[in-house]
Design a protein. Structure first.
Length: 81
């Protein structure tokens, strides 16, 4: 198994970035998803199955950070000011 981490920040999104992925159907400034699965396809499917607004086509366009669960790793840390 692996951990897939998607993070998309739209804080400074503008019309010049119209081709940028939009990973969630709601308006957002920062979206984070962490999923444990065997493959990226399975991870995306798990997010979409929740029916909470995640957009599969754009998750595929935004490559996640992938972590093996066989060794110690920091999956996510966040400092907001």
């Amino acid at each position: 198994m692996q951990a897939f981490v998607w993070r998309h920040n739209r804080t400074f999104h503008s019309h010049s970035m119209i081709q940028e992925p939009c990973v969630h159907q709601d308006f957002y400034l920062d979206a984070v998803a962490v999923v444990v699965a065997a493959t990226m396809e399975e991870a995306v499917a798990k997010l979409v199955q929740q029916n909470k607004g995640w957009r599969a086509e754009d998750l595929y366009r935004l490559p996640p950070k992938v972590f093996s669960l066989q060794e110690a790793a920091v999956l996510f840390s966040d400092i907001r000011g």
